[in-house]
Design a protein around this ligand. Structure first.
Ligand code: SF4
Length: 330
């Protein structure tokens, strides 16, 4: 299958946590149980608890099959993308299907909001790694930061994380995203750390809003402060965040056109992450755009130092431009 024929599979993309990660997007754009104020995909357009087979499992596996054979092999297959993957009712069947195809480990990036549902826990049992989130230490801040579907309570969400950890034999890495003036306050971090101590994940990873958030009032935390907060967790958390971005107005994914992507690529070839950072898109959305443009013959792909660079067709002398690329857009 040509890369351009992919609809739900993207990458591999470089990931700070997972190395080279082959992504699968299980739900339509911004179909999520939360509407987090820091979401880099924009506001949630379909906040739901409805679990269904949004994409047929066989279609996902058909797209994954050739991508899994590509060399070099990705470090992980990641079920993630542009919404909450556990809303896909066939996630267990999908993980089992991937396991039949490959020995590459399967990671699930989830907000953890549905882990109190036994069927969701059951569906994740064959995954190698589950990376849920916990962004608040009480119901008030949970409502303020994650803006969950009214059917999700803070207590049920935390209990889901705890019971899942007890049952799950694979790795569990808990991501805690702190926001300046909201949750990055010593008393609030201590509450989150206490809960993390009860959940007992293998790792706690601290993050902040390092990409343009959907609400301007979601401010990132300075990396020195994250370092200090990391020491509150038992065992100490790992700090994931990149340097906070310049506070430019975030673009919603819908506001970026293919012409914007081509405009950028005409000026300098970029990786998908470069496009994402450059245009304020989630990397999954950037990959989708690039795959579609590649399929339409509007961009070509070059490999350099293990990274895939995209350039607008007809711009010429890509190698010269690759030498010019600064670190900011890679
Ligand atoms: S950050 Fe994740 S969990 Fe929060 S709204 Fe965006 S996609 Fe949903």
């Amino acid at each position: 299958m040509r890369a351009g024929a992919r609809r739900h599979v993207y990458g591999p993309v470089p990931s700070r946590r997972l190395g080279r990660s082959l992504g699968a997007d299980l739900v339509p754009f911004k179909t999520c149980t939360y509407d987090c104020i820091y979401c880099q995909l924009g506001r949630t357009t379909n906040r739901t608890l409805e679990r269904c087979v949004y994409v047929p499992v066989e279609a996902l596996l058909a797209e994954l099959r050739p991508a899994l054979c590509a060399t070099p092999a990705p470090d992980y297959v990641s079920l993630a993308g542009s919404g909450e993957p556990t809303l896909h009712a066939g996630i267990g069947e999908l993980i089992a299907g991937i396991k039949r195809l490959t020995t590459i480990p399967v990671a699930v990036l989830t907000n953890g909001s549905l882990l109190w549902l036994r069927e969701v826990q059951d569906g994740l049992m064959e995954a190698d790694l589950v990376l849920p989130s916990l962004d608040a230490g009480d119901a008030g801040l949970f409502a303020q930061v994650n803006r969950p579907h009214p059917g999700i309570t803070f207590e049920a969400m935390v209990e889901g994380l705890r019971t899942f950890r007890e049952r799950f034999q694979g790795g569990m890495w808990l991501e805690v995203l702190l926001l300046a003036g909201v949750t990055a306050i010593p008393a609030e971090v201590e509450k989150i750390a206490r809960l993390a101590g009860q959940i007992r994940p293998v790792r706690v990873q601290l993050n902040t809003a390092s990409r343009p958030p959907c609400e301007e009032f979601a401010y990132p935390v300075a990396s020195e402060s994250l370092g200090r907060y990391a020491a509150c967790f038992p065992p100490p958390a790992e700090v994931l965040a990149e340097a906070p971005p310049a506070r430019t107005r975030p673009e919603s994914a819908g506001g970026i056109t293919d012409a914007d992507v081509l405009g950028l690529l005409r000026r300098r070839p970029c990786t998908a992450q470069g496009v994402a950072v450059g245009l304020g898109l989630h990397v999954a959305e950037a990959m989708k755009r690039l795959d579609a443009l590649s399929g339409a013959g509007a961009v070509t792909v070059l490999r350099r130092d293990g990274l895939l660079f995209y350039q607008a067709e007809g711009r010429g002398h890509a190698e010269d431009f690759l030498l010019d690329i600064g670190p900011g857009l890679q």
